[in-house]
Design a protein around this ligand. Structure first.
Ligand code: F3S
Length: 296
């Protein structure tokens, strides 16, 4: 059995920074009794968020739920402009772990709104990153994730950006559609480089595998995209959260196994999955040696 891990897998720069900032904040405030919160889980990985919770980080949905004067960490997905106003009004210290790539999109849409453009965000309307971006242009953006939705955009001067984790294919398809509509459009491909690298190496690995395993959190948008991509090139693709959900029976039947992991998947979990597969391989080898000996 050959196991190949996609070249770009696991924690991206933005997630690493967010975890580092959260851990620093917990240590710095250890003795002053201040409550520390994050608005929503810091990253889309339950193992990591459980560990942070055990160290003292509580999860809330809105700064209104935080104690006055406490500390709130903004996760890498970012928050709407209104979040910062609310936090200030309640004397909350904001530790901003918004990924710089997401910050850039927030700045772009805010400026474009002031210049009179109608903002189009290509992405998932329910994803916190997109909700945050929309909150920097007065929640007036059109959020589109398909050509059908793009058809409902009637404004003429469009400023188009992408959620950082969508596929290049989706982005290009929708931008091409708008180009055919003779509208004045300004396009910023804001898909993050880490996402593109992960998608490309996931595809390359899937092409050369009998079975693909994508490791990621159940709510992780970028991991789900990796699953969609891998499935196109290797029908035998499985989405798992950790070694416990590995499809061992199917793995046993294959020779070339590929693995890719989303940007919020810790290295420890990737290593555990690989170790479990390798053990399976070793046991099977032992079994077949036993059979050979018994046959002799
Ligand atoms: Fe940032 Fe890209 Fe990661 S936008 S959080 S580096 S996937």
């Amino acid at each position: 059995m050959k196991i190949t891990l996609a070249k770009h897998s696991g924690f991206c720069f933005g997630v690493k920074e967010a975890i580092k900032k959260a851990e620093q904040t917990i240590v710095e405030n250890k003795d002053n009794g201040l409550k520390i919160y994050s608005c929503g889980p810091l990253i889309h990985n339950k193992n990591v968020t459980d560990e942070l919770e055990a160290k003292g980080l509580s999860i809330i949905k809105d700064p209104d739920e935080a104690e006055e004067g406490s500390v709130v960490i903004v996760r890498s997905h970012g928050e709407p402009e209104r979040f910062y106003q609310k936090a200030e009004a309640r004397h909350i210290t904001v530790v901003d772990a918004t990924c710089p790539f997401v910050k850039k999109i927030q700045r772009l849409v805010s400026d474009a709104k002031n210049q009179g453009y109608h903002i189009v965000v290509i992405g998932d309307r329910n994803h916190p990153e997109v909700i945050g971006i929309n909150g920097w242009c007065d929640n007036m953006a059109s959020i589109v994730s398909s050509l059908e939705e793009a058809e409902t955009v009637n404004e003429d001067r469009l400023f188009i950006v992408a959620q950082t984790t969508i596929t290049t294919e989706l982005f290009q398809g929708i931008v091409s559609f708008f180009r055919t509509k003779n509208k004045e459009i300004v396009v910023h491909n804001t898909i993050c480089h880490a996402t593109e690298e992960r998608q490309k190496s996931c595809m390359e690995t899937a092409i050369d595998s009998d079975l693909m395993v994508i490791i990621g959190g159940i709510d992780s948008s970028n991991s789900k995209k990796l699953y969609e991509i891998a499935k196109k090139y290797c029908v035998n693709t499985y989405f798992i959260q950790n070694k416990e959900s590995l499809p061992l029976k199917e793995v046993e039947l294959c020779n070339k196994i590929g693995i890719a992991a989303g940007a919020s998947t810790p290295e420890r979990i990737i290593k555990e999955v690989i170790a479990t597969m390798s053990e399976l391989f070793t046991e099977n080898k032992k079994d077949s040696m036993m059979h050979d000996l018994m046959d002799e």
